[in-house]
Write a protein of this length. Structure first.
Length: 95
């Protein structure tokens, strides 16, 4: 189970995966974005995120819905990531 820690606590960032497609700066700038959370958890690849974000820009469907439709993540993984996103937006880190 995830633990909630203050923002000042360091977090595990998968820089190698993000650097593969130049997403490192984006991930570091807003770790509360759903795609960044899923990328950091190694649930999707940088290429899958980039492709899905391009699709999202065209069709306007929520990122999580597109990832579910493509069977890149499960409903449980999406739910867990959305919970983490909400916690992080409140100013906490989840490790």
């Amino acid at each position: 189970m995830n633990s909630i820690l203050p923002v000042s606590t360091a977090f595990n960032f998968n820089a190698d995966a993000a650097n593969e497609s130049g997403l490192a700066a984006q991930v570091m700038s807003d770790i509360t974005q759903l795609g960044c959370l899923l990328l950091n958890q190694n649930l999707i690849s940088a290429a899958q995120l980039q492709t899905t974000l391009m699709t999202q820009a065209i069709c306007g469907v929520r990122l999580g819905d597109l990832l579910l439709e493509a069977k890149l993540i499960s409903a449980e993984q999406l739910e867990r990531a959305l919970r983490e996103q909400a916690i992080r937006r409140q100013g906490h880190w989840v490790i």
